[in-house]
Write a protein that binds this ligand. Structure first.
Ligand code: DHB
Length: 391
């Protein structure tokens, strides 16, 4: 079989791309090794930039984000004994939306089902071939055990941080940039009322904590931990004591409740350049990973595919594959801005294992400067709510 664009990966990046291509009259097939249910059960971040919200609504995926999401016009930075609000609306006239990534995925999967488009979940043995030629291919085995060879004009690797497609680019044709961090996040979901109306990014000598929400009765919280942490060593009491101690350092108390999920999230920064090789392009986590502070991962993936859909349309309609070079250049500009933003939010708020009292006080100095400066706060507000997409 064959198609115009074969997309490896049916997460938000792959499904949004396929949706945008369909709107432009371009045929695509999505293959995904996980089942729809497996993806829906994986907890991810929960903050959408303004343009991510607009993309979902204006492309006709769903307007559920406007009804079921929660608009946030600012965040609280907690440090030095108190809470300090950063007012996005007042600073940059923008807001973001609390709407979990799993809901974005559900909206996209529903849109594809509604339109009867080809998305193959739960496939196995996915391999990519002939990426340096005019007719690349994806081989896979479907859920019934049938082997398929899918030929295409363009191949998109939207297959996440453990991407197979990324590895199909010869070493001599790509560069990889890494940064590791000596900490991770311990994430929980708990059945409790919200502890604050907005997100709290909490700095403390004992380490960072983030207070987020999901629904009026379900909350999402994280605290900085050692990457080797085993969730089995953390009964509910110990988790609550750690979270309360960190928040109480800044005079805030959390509403506690039954913890229904625990996990440890790794931290790293990664970019592979360029995001194009021959007729293979990479999008989302397949090309880059950001640490979670600031919730840029999903937003960056959606920004990639918005640009990619435009450039693929140019490549296909004008039969000019060089449009894909423009994709890589345009996408990478934003990727590196987001890499910096995520790195900056991370290093400003987390405590290094070897941090001295000087280091902790210097961070409080930085945070004090930030909230006391319209220029400083506006930089945070712009980055958090999302930069506009430039040509
Ligand atoms: C959430 C996660 C983040 O990494 C972040 O910066 C803000 C919110 C969340 O899961 O709600």
């Amino acid at each position: 079989t064959s198609t115009s664009v074969a997309i490896v990966g049916g997460g938000p990046a792959g499904l949004m791309l396929s949706h945008l291509l369909a709107l432009a009259g371009i045929e695509s097939v999505v293959v995904e090794i996980r089942t729809r249910q497996q993806i829906e059960e994986t907890h991810r971040a929960g903050i959408l930039e303004q343009d991510s919200v607009r993309l979902l609504v204006e492309s006709g995926v769903s307007d559920r984000v406007l009804r079921d999401g929660d608009e946030h016009e600012g965040i609280e930075l907690a440090f030095g004994g108190g809470l300090h609000r950063v007012d996005f609306r007042a600073l940059v006239g923008a807001s973001c939306q609390l709407y979990p990534q799993t809901e974005v995925f559900t909206d996209l999967a529903d849109a594809h089902a509604r339109e009867g488009r080809e998305v193959r979940f739960g496939v196995s043995d996915v391999t990519v071939h002939d990426v340096g030629t005019d007719r690349p291919a994806v081989f896979f085995t479907d859920a019934d055990g049938t082997h398929h060879e899918l030929r295409c004009d363009y191949l998109v690797g939207a297959d996440g941080s453990r991407s197979t497609c990324r590895g199909a680019v010869p070493e001599a044709s790509r560069a990889q940039y890494f940064r590791e961090y000596p900490f991770a996040w311990f994430g929980i979901l708990c059945e409790a009322p919200a502890s604050a109306p907005e997100l709290i990014y909490n700095h403390s000598e004992r380490g960072f904590a983030l207070i987020s929400q999901r629904t009026p009765a379900l909350q999402r919280m994280y605290f900085q931990c050692d990457p080797a942490t085993d969730v089995a060593d953390w009964p509910d009491d110990r988790i609550w004591e750690e979270l309360q101690t960190r928040l109480q350092a800044n005079g805030h108390t959390l509403h506690e409740g039954a913890i229904t999920s625990t996990s440890v999230l790794p931290f790293r920064s990664f970019v592979q350049e360029p995001m194009r090789h021959g007729r293979l392009v990479l999008a989302g986590d397949a090309a880059h990973t950001v640490p979670p502070t600031g919730a840029k991962g999903l937003n960056l993936a959606l920004a990639d595919v918005r640009v990619l859909a435009e450039e693929l349309e140019r490549a296909i309609v004008r039969k000019d594959p060089s449009a894909l070079d423009d994709y890589s250049v345009r996408a990478l500009r934003r990727v590196w801005k987001a890499q910096h933003f995520s790195y900056w939010m991370t290093t400003m708020l987390h405590t290094l294992p070897e941090a001295s009292p000087f280091d902790v006080r210097r961070q409080v100095g930085e945070l004090t400067t930030l909230v006391g400066s319209t220029a400083g706060s506006s930089y945070l507000a712009e980055g958090y709510t999302g930069w506009p997409t430039a040509r």
